[in-house]
Design a protein around this ligand. Structure first.
Ligand SMILES: NC(=O)c1ccc[n+]([C@@H]2O[C@H](COP(=O)([O-])OP(=O)(O)OC[C@H]3O[C@@H](n4cnc5c(N)ncnc54)[C@H](O)[C@@H]3O)[C@@H](O)[C@H]2O)c1
Length: 331
């Protein structure tokens, strides 16, 4: 069975590609390298292209049995400053991909969605029935595709699993690949960078939230756990889950456990044995105090639970950073 992984040269896509291969799937990566890195995909077949390029995609879709769609722009702040870029790629580009898929024989689709579709929920433990009310263009762009997938599943039998990730972090335990974003905006890599004198201090946004230590609480999920959930989502589709035309399946991927920014900093300090230099700043508009997944549905429907904890996340990220110090951040 062959799987097309769009955005396969990115952080999460490259980890899922390895998990798929370890589970015996053939993997074909598709990425325009707008934010991806060749060094994350050594040993894999990579086709360079845009998901909106129907001509390039059709012969590739003829070679695969399912699509996993990671390709997207994924910076919340940038989506506020430049929403056109986000709707162009995450909505128009993704819709074009969906239409290419409909024009092929592929009928299995796994989509990278996000907890940003929930916006600022009124509760701390977020299940899949929580109202989806995104508060930024990034979350709105992902929600649009959720609606499209649901409609195409009901009307055209394009069966899909929508995976709403919480905060992905950590690195493959091999130490060969890990988190690379340019620019880097995620807390774990920034905290590790801030242990080195020549990198900027970590900016902490808000220390007066109604949380135990005043900093924001998030659900950090190890990228390897996330990758394993994708394999299970694919197997769910293979088993013919929801065989009849019907809604797509939406699943939260998180641990069910929240950690504050200060707890992540402490974990980075214990993994590295060095202090994380930090500056405490004001809150960022639109940041909810706490976002934690209710992972019960993932367990019930996919048989998945996160196996790794915050210490595993930070130590794997540190191993990757140490091994890749020399060329960190470049392709
Ligand atoms: N990182 C997280 O914590 C997180 C959380 C929730 C959801 N997500 C979603 O997961 C997916 C992967 O995130 P990531 O952190 O790996 O991001 P990433 O930027 O590392 O990976 C995205 C990849 O998609 C490629 N790409 C972008 N637009 C493309 C296009 N039009 N055609 C072909 N390739 C294109 C980029 O070059 C990049 O390699 C994204 O859809 C993101 O929205 C990520």
């Amino acid at each position: 069975m062959a799987i097309l992984v769009t955005g396969g040269a990115g952080y999460i896509g490259s980890h899922v590609a390895r998990a798929l291969r370890r589970s015996g799937y053939e993997v074909l990566l598709y990425d325009d390298l707008s934010n991806g890195f060749r060094r994350l995909v050594r040993g894999f077949e990579l086709v360079e292209g845009d998901v909106a390029d129907e001509k390039k995609l059709l012969p590739i879709l003829a070679r695969v049995d399912a699509v996993m769609h990671f390709a997207a722009h994924a910076y919340v702040g940038e989506s506020v400053d430049n929403p056109r870029k986000y709707f162009q790629n995450n909505v128009l580009g993704a819709l074009s991909l969906l239409h290419s898929v409909l024009d092929s024989r592929v009928r299995r689709f796994v989509f990278s969605s996000t907890c940003a579709v929930y916006g600022i929920p009124g509760k701390t433990l977020i299940d899949e029935e929580t109202p989806r009310e995104p508060v930024n263009p990034y979350g709105a762009s992902k929600l649009f595709l959720e609606y499209a997938l649901d409609a195409y599943s009901r009307s055209y039998g394009l069966r899909s699993v929508i995976l709403r990730y919480f905060n992905a972090a950590g690195a493959d335990e091999s130490g060969e690949i890990g988190e690379l974003h340019n620019p880097e905006t995620h807390l774990v890599p920034l905290a590790l960078l801030a242990t080195a004198a020549h990198f900027p201090a970590l900016q902490v946004y808000g220390s007066d939230y109604p949380t135990p230590d005043g900093t924001c609480v998030r659900d950090y999920i190890h990228v390897s756990d996330l990758a394993e959930a994708h394999v299970l989502a694919l197997q769910y589709l293979e088993r013919g889950g929801d065989q009849k035309p019907g809604p797509s399946l939406a699943i939260n991927l998180g641990t069910g456990r929240g950690h504050s920014v200060l707890e992540v900093i402490q974990a980075a300090e214990s993994a590295t044995g060095r202090p994380v230099r930090r500056t405490m700043g004001p809150r960022r508009p639109g940041d909810p105090p706490t976002l934690v997944a209710d992972p019960a549905k993932a367990q019930r429907v996919l048989g998945w639970t996160a196996k790794r904890n915050l210490a595993d996340i930070v130590s794997s990220a540190w191993t990757w950073k140490e091994k890749n110090q020399a060329d960190s951040g470049v392709s």
